[in-house]
Write a protein of this length. Sequence first.
Length: 139
Amino acid sequence: MIFRLAHAVARNRALDAVKNAPDGFVVTVREPTRNLEQNAALHALLQEIAESRQWAGQPLDVEDWKRLLTAAWMRATGRGIRLVPALDGQGFDALYQRTSTLTKSEMSELISYIEAWATTEKEHGEMVERRFGNKPLKP
């Protein structure tokens, strides 16, 4: 059972469920995950970026930008990502938290990070272009 603690009745139902739960059951109280409004705002922002920018000389779609920016945000906030050998042995894959599991406050933080990145991207883009050239990276 999941109870959204939005009012006294919901709190009382949650308390009753806890009181009547069998021994060994587990109760977790946590911040709610991101909402649909935040998800829509994130995707609108990513769509704008995908339509107006390239990275390392190549266009990226919304999902690519989401992965790239989420990984950057995770590193910037100390959450870190893990690079592991690919299952097929062909390179490496990045593992990090999915945006659907972010809390409301984490999603707000991610959106703010992306907005800040977008305002300073020109410097970053020039740095990447100097390092890798204006050609797509080879797989």
